[in-house]
Design a protein around this ligand. Structure first.
Ligand SMILES: [Zn+2]
Length: 190
């Protein structure tokens, strides 16, 4: 059993999850949960245990360049903090970004998950969806109306010209503004 756990930990590390060399069971369970939550190829139960479906998903992910969906990798959603490179991302966000990408073409994730320290560093809101792995910043390519029409995102930030810079799936997590995919919370960056 210990050997099987070592394999799982090695797989997770290869995909980009920053498990320490001497991980605790709690750390391993959290990394497995984060993997399960972000895996967008098919639905996995998010329970922190590597059962047969999760092991198949780990294999599939490794054979596909660490991708959590057809075009996005887990690593793209990692926190860019100095000390914390944890990866948290919701599969609904990834699936929404795949649809975004169909309209926008190749799309870089400028900011995905943010740990508390990194969020403070970049001046993020104290309840930012980035803190939950529910939000992503993208380059300004699509207009607000185009992104709303996808009906995938419940929070959308736009720049002064009206192009989308941020999308999130707050309807699936802490949702202090009540945004829905039909009536998203929309704001404009200065
Ligand atoms: Zn953002």
């Amino acid at each position: 059993l210990k050997g099987a756990r070592l394999d799982i930990a090695a797989d997770l590390r290869a995909i980009g999850f920053p498990l320490p060399r001497s991980w605790t069971k709690k750390q391993l369970r959290e990394a497995i949960s984060d993997f399960q939550r972000g895996f967008a190829h098919w639905d996995l139960v998010i329970d922190g245990y590597a059962g047969p479906k999760t092991k198949r998903a780990l294999d599939y992910c490794l054979k596909n360049g660490g991708r959590c969906s057809e075009h996005f990798t887990y690593r793209e959603f990692a926190s860019k903090g100095s000390s914390d490179t944890t990866i948290k991302v919701h599969r609904a966000l990834v699936r929404g970004l795949e649809e975004y990408r169909e309209e926008a073409g190749s799309t870089a994730i400028l900011s995905g998950y943010r740990d508390d320290e990194h969020n403070d560093h970049v001046g993020g809101a104290s309840n930012s969806q980035h803190l939950y792995g529910n939000g992503a910043d993208v380059p300004p390519i699509l207009w607000l109306g185009e992104v709303k029409a996808l009906r995938r995102f419940s929070g959308i930030g736009i720049d002064s010209s009206g192009k989308v810079r941020h999308v999130d799936v707050r309807h699936l997590g802490p949702n202090t503004t009540g945004g829905t995919i039909d009536d998203p919370t929309i704001w404009r960056y200065a």
